[in-house]
Structures are given as structure tokens and as C-alpha cells.
Design a protein around this ligand. Sequence first.
Ligand code: 5GP
Length: 186
Amino acid sequence: MKKENIFYEDIAEVIISEERLQKRIRELGEEISASYNPDDDIVMVCILRGAVLFMADLARCVNLPVTFDFMDVSSYGESTTSSGMVRIIKDLEENIENRHVLIVEDIMDTGLTLKHVVDMLKTRNPASIKIVTLLDKPERRVEKQINADFNGFEIPDKFVVGYGLDFAEKYRNLPFIGVLKEELYS
Ligand code: 5GP
């Protein structure tokens, strides 16, 4: 990370560089494209707000006709540990019945958020539901029934920011994934 970056003092370590992110996202796009039929009716569901940058880059690497929709669910607020509480703040606009849903998530931590979202979307009778997550912290998984179909990177149990991920709404615009200095949130 360059010293002139406005967040230079806040980041302890860059764990995934911009180059590695973009390379892996291209690979994920290829994996996803190969896993569907070109005539499948696919809706990419971005989980706001953390997955916005990932969805924007990933969608351009998916060689299939897709539509976009967005869902906002509550996560940690201004703390860094899961409350286990999940609240739907904004629901989908589209009807997903008989459609192939691809949930696009920034990070899977305990798995509680996605378990809740998947259970809710299943009741709407989609043709299928798959999950792509950019980051996965497998050590932290509480909800064992949930796994991503496509996963960008497995990371250790550290609080990360950047490339869409925030702390108190900051750092989302960093182009890489970095570990936030602990003194900033402890
Ligand atoms: P889960 O329900 O799997 O525990 O948490 C998922 C949500 O928690 C993610 O969508 C994200 O908003 C938040 N989260 C989990 N780990 C981290 C992290 O290391 N950094 C940030 N910024 N958010 C995280």
C-alpha cells in the first residue's frame, strides 16, 4: 500500500492485492459461466452493501445473460462481531420463481446471514440457488449447513476491510483487501 493513500495509517497489512483480486474474479466468472446453461434465466442477487464492487467486477466476467437485483440485510452495524441477528432491510424487486438465483456475497463468516437469506429465498420457489462469496473465513463458521458454491479466497480469522468491505462505513473504496489495525476497533 502506498504511503500517500489516505488510509495508509489504518491498515496493518494488505492480504489480497488488487491484481490477485481481479485475477481470481476472472477465474470465478469462468467457473460460474461453465456451471449454467446459456439459456438459463439467471438473476444475480447482490447482498448490499459490501458485495457491490465484487458484483460489478464479477458480472463483467460472467459470459451469460443475467439480470441484477439487490437485497439489503443487516450485519454487524458498527461492531466487528456477529450479533447473530439478521434483518431484511431491502427485499428483491424481481420475482424469482423458476429462475436461477446466484447470491453474490462479500464475505462468509459465521454463515448466519446467508443461511437466513437462502431459507427465505427458497420459499419463493426458484429453479436453483447458488452462492458466490469473495471471501470465506471457514474457522468462524457456526452455520454448518451453508457453503458457497464458488469461493474467491479463504482468509484467516481477522477483521478485513476494502473492496466493498467496511468498518463503520469507511474503507469500502480501497481497491484491495486489508487487515484493519486492531487499535481502531478494539
Ligand atoms: P456472517 O453472517 O457470515 O457471520 O457475516 C456476514 C457479514 O458480516 C458479511 O456480509 C459482512 O458484512 C460482515 N463481516 C464478516 N466478517 C467481516 C470482516 O472481516 N470485515 C468486514 N468488514 N465485515 C465482515
